[in-house]
Design a protein around this ligand. Structure first.
Ligand SMILES: [Zn+2]
Length: 447
């Protein structure tokens, strides 16, 4: 058991501050599913990871979809007579509906109003709206702001472009001993939204940095992609090799003060589902396991029936259930350094399970070996002896350490430590990857 123990050498305050500062640095960027905002974000991640960016031209068919036009925006405002900006993109990029077509016109309030979006239920919040697949324009503002507008003519200007270009995503690959992969995916297409978007991005980047340079059992692939169309594009480009994904996690909304939620993959009982449930079950914060549903984030694409990859989704507060979701209130006050640090710890604990979940063979299966003679029947009070007995009993070549942890109710790290010790004492031998396993995807070639 190495990863979490090593991460725990760092102070959570310092770790949290680093995660938070990275999110804060990226917060002002006006991201969308294409355009300079997402590229600027990927460039920033690229200063921390050897990120490969992939450009896919507008018009490229990707399964049932087509890579859209590229959207860029420089400025936007609504001016009242006299020239004062009453709504100003430069103050908050949520003010413009993402993918708004360009416009420069003067119009009466009654006409303008058809293009304004507010949240009457939360009258101080600016909503986040998009118009990706229908060419239109619009502004978002707080309901209070709209109520204060007078009935007069307004100058409306959106200095945007929507034209042929490219969709860009970032990919970071860490080769492991096996060609089978652990996939970490997060969307990086939302403008100034902290929990939904930047929390996942910050934690994924830090996790990738932490894992870099290590000898890993599995290869790891990190995707920083625009939501939905990015995952669809990646899957279309990697259709033949996507089966290498042995386990995967979508990371999103993991910086707020809410408890953890893990949404299972479509398979429901994949190794990742069991590993995440086990880690959350033994975690000091309350955690909840959610069944798979075909809506949410990019697990929808990874878990589409043609792929059916074992990819779940780790969140704190579940999208759509908190009032700040998709509004200006999902800002840098809504995420907290220590919550981000703890989310990185949970991801690392899940990685530890996946990396160490092996089968072993008891070398002394006829009755218990005499542990006392080997100084293995004493403990420091941490429940080591039950862990050793469970591991010895169930190490028949059929059970993995996670099977043993689940059945015994003992946390995985203790089971793993027991297996290490019993191996050192010649009582257990490790079974090589691939022997006697029956739940592995078919992998025919390396990278
Ligand atoms: Zn979102």
């Amino acid at each position: 058991m190495g990863l979490l123990k090593e991460l725990d050498q760092r102070s959570p305050e310092e770790l949290g501050r680093e995660l938070y500062d990275f999110a804060a640095k990226l917060f002002p960027i006006c991201r969308s599913i294409t355009g300079d905002g997402i590229r600027q974000t990927l460039t920033s991640i690229g200063t921390r990871l050897a990120l490969r960016t992939v450009d896919v031209p507008t018009g490229t068919p990707v399964f049932d979809w087509i890579v859209p036009k590229e959207w860029n925006i420089r400025d936007a405002y609504i001016k009242k007579p006299g020239g004062k900006r009453v709504v100003d993109f430069k103050r908050c990029n949520l003010h413009v509906v993402s993918y708004s077509t360009p416009i420069h016109a003067t119009m009466p309030f009654t006409e303008l109003k058809r293009h304004l979006f507010t949240l009457p239920g939360n009258p101080d919040y600016i909503p986040y709206r998009t118009s990706y697949y229908r060419e239109d324009w619009g502004f978002c503002l707080s309901h209070n702001q709209m109520m204060a507008l007078e009935d007069c003519d307004y100058e409306v200007h959106i200095d945007s472009t929507l034209e042929d270009g490219r969709l860009t995503y970032g990919e970071y690959y860490l080769p492991g001993c096996s060609a089978e992969e652990i996939l970490i995916s997060c969307h990086v297409c939302h403008p100034s939204l902290a929990n939904d978007n930047l929390s996942g991005l910050a934690v994924a980047t830090a996790l990738a940095q932490f894992l870099s340079g290590r000898e890993l059992r599995y290869s790891c692939r990190f995707l920083f992609i625009p939501g939905t169309i990015g995952a669809i594009t990646w899957l279309a480009q990697n259709r033949d090799t996507a089966g290498r994904v042995r386990n995967g996690l979508v990371l999103t909304c993991i910086g707020d003060a809410g408890g953890f939620h893990y949404k299972k993959s479509r398979r429901g009982n994949a190794e990742i589902d069991r590993a995440a449930a086990h880690v959350l079950h033994h975690h000091h914060e309350a955690g909840e396991i959610l069944e798979f549903s075909p809506y949410g984030y990019d697990e929808r694409q990874y878990c589409s029936p043609g792929f059916d990859l074992p990819v779940g989704c780790l969140m704190r507060s579940v999208w759509g259930t908190f009032p700040e979701y998709h509004t200006s209130a999902d800002n840098l006050d809504f995420i907290q350094p220590l919550r981000l640090a703890e989310s990185l710890r949970v991801c690392t604990a899940i990685f530890d399970v996946l990396e160490n979940n092996r089968r072993y063979c008891n070398q002394n299966p006829y009755c218990e070996p005499q542990l006392g003679r080997r100084n293995l029947y004493q403990s420091t009070g941490g429940g080591e002896i039950p862990a050793r007995l469970w591991v010895l009993n169930l190490s028949d070549g059929k059970h993995t350490l996670l099977d043993i942890a689940e059945r015994s109710g003992i946390p995985f790290p203790a089971i793993c430590d027991a297996a290490d010790l019993l191996c050192q004492n010649g009582l257990l031998s490790i079974l090589p990857d691939g022997s006697g396993l029956n739940n592995r995807p078919n992998v025919t070639s390396g990278k």
